[in-house]
Design a protein around this ligand. Structure first.
Ligand SMILES: [Zn+2]
Length: 483
């Protein structure tokens, strides 16, 4: 294979993620009726509707976990990992039989970062931050958070939310999940304009799902020999230690309203079996953590991870005066199972939340968790409800304008082909946030089969735009849409 045809799989590597936050595959408020038919005892919990298969949960979780392991530092400490594994094993064995999925593989890893957070991915991979273990007062409190996360997995809440919230195929979901985990703010085209729907759709569990996870978590805890009240007390600890902005865990797992009261009520209905008495492992693990160098913040950790790559880290590289012209050879990229594209070989791939940017050195800056670029192309998918290409494109431009007050549109739409489908094209004028200079933005859009909007935004300084416009056309002409 020569350079021109080098295929690269969707890669979310070496990106700088300033606001990296671990998040579970989650979503917007979807009304799901929680079955509350108490059969003389504990609340009966019915898994919500789900259009995905358990095997898709597994696939999604496995791929997302691989990205997480690349992006975040895993703590490989024998005492801590074996503690987590033993709590995890007890809890998994206590998942009610009707919620067991044969293909699911539960795994438990410790992320060596300071924030009090934890997240679990569809199909079973769970990540608990070191900060969470350090903040817990007892083993039962750690078990409480894990039981809650495990419940989201067993009830398949991630893909259940996706069922209601999007029409996306599993490949698109992966991008959204990974994007949500490694940093919600990346993917802002010309600034924060394109915070389009899918990413934000995956940031939070609905309150209904939270209630289910609290209740099922209580059942699992009791069956595993833990006091469900310790889950409630850990939530309180999280609340008090969150600082001014509140901890990420709570915004991903919003309080369904009467969280403590309902856990307490449920706990009264539950009998704790085989209570855990020996918690020396917890004490030892926590003491070991205290002897270690304090954990970095997620932001620091992901910066370090970016610096470890073989190529230089892509942050702080905005040098608009020194941008090389687009190379005449092209490199092909495959982005998940969403699309393929070829771009000049001297452009880097800078994946973001829901979009990917291709830009030359010196033309982009991701240092503040926000991607700004002065030359290059951003390609992504935006949700829209209109099913009308021009209206959807108007909305995309309006969202760009929210982050770029000087954005204006000088022409109407003309027709163009993207991936063999009928699309539209227009050019916008803007003043770059990064340089204060005038720039042009070529907009190319097409509707996907699920009516979401596929877009490519080519950005270049006004005086260089005639040269770059030809490149943008060639890049857009190479796009193959796969679904
Ligand atoms: Zn939750």
């Amino acid at each position: 294979m020569d350079e021109r045809t080098t295929q690269r799989k969707c890669c979310v590597r070496r990106i700088v993620i300033a606001t990296a936050r671990a998040r579970v595959l989650a979503v917007i408020g979807v009304v799901v009726l929680l079955s509350v038919s108490a059969t003389g005892g504990q609340t009966v919990i019915t898994p919500p509707k789900n259009r995905y298969t358990p095997a898709q949960d597994v696939e999604l979780g496995r791929k997302a976990a691989a990205e997480v392991e690349q992006q975040l530092p895993m703590l490989r400490d024998e005492d801590v990992t074996s503690l987590l594994a033993s709590i995890g094993r007890r809890l998994v064995e206590s998942v009610p039989q009707e919620l067991e999925h044969p293909g699911f593989h539960y795994s438990f890893q410790v992320v060596n970062v300071r924030e009090i957070n934890a997240f679990a991915l569809p199909g079973g991979p769970m990540f608990v931050n070191r900060g969470m273990i350090e903040a817990a007062r007892t083993e039962g409190e750690v078990a409480g958070v894990m039981a809650h996360e495990l419940s989201h997995v067993a009830l398949r809440h991630g893909t259940a939310q996706a069922t209601k919230a999007t029409k996306y195929e599993i490949g698109t979901l992966l991008g959204a999940v990974v994007g949500a985990i490694i940093g919600g703010n990346v993917g802002g085209a010309v600034a924060q304009g394109t915070q389009f729907g899918l990413g934000t759709a995956f940031l939070r569990f609905s309150r209904e799902f939270e209630r289910q996870a609290d209740l099922l978590g209580s059942h699992i805890m009791a069956a595993a020999g833990y006091d469900p009240l310790e889950m409630a007390s850990m939530f309180k600890t999280i609340e008090t230690q969150g600082g001014s902005g509140g901890p990420q865990w709570l915004s991903d797992h919003p309080n369904p309203g009467d969280r403590y009261a309902s856990i307490t009520r449920e706990a009264k209905l539950l009998k704790v079996q085989n209570p855990v008495r020996d918690t020396r492992a917890f004490t030892r693990a926590q003491a070991g953590l205290r002897r270690m160098t304090p954990a970095p913040t997620t932001k620091e950790a992901t910066r370090q991870a970016a610096g470890r790559g073989s190529a230089p880290a892509p942050d702080g590289r905005l040098e608009p005066g020194r941008v090389a012209p687009p190379s005449s050879t092209y490199t092909a990229y495959t982005e998940g199972d969403v699309f393929r594209v070829s771009v000049p070989s001297n452009w880097r791939e800078l994946p973001g939340g829901n979009a990917v940017t291709f830009a030359p050195d010196g033309a982009y800056d991701s240092a503040d968790g926000q991607r700004t670029f002065t030359h290059g192309v951003e390609i992504g998918v935006a949700r829209n409800e209109t099913r009308d290409l021009r209206t959807a494109t108007d909305e995309l431009i309006a969202s760009l304008a929210r982050g770029n007050p000087n954005l204006s549109r000088s022409s109407g739409y003309d027709r163009t082909k993207i991936g063999g489908r009928q699309g539209v094209h227009t050019v916008l004028s803007n003043v770059s946030d990064a340089t204060g200079q005038h720039e042009r933005i070529a907009v190319f859009t097409v509707l996907l089969r699920d009516a979401s909007l596929f877009y490519a935004l080519g950005v270049a300084p006004r005086d260089r735009f005639p040269v770059y416009e030809a490149t943008f056309r060639r890049v857009v002409g190479s796009i193959e849409i796969m679904n």
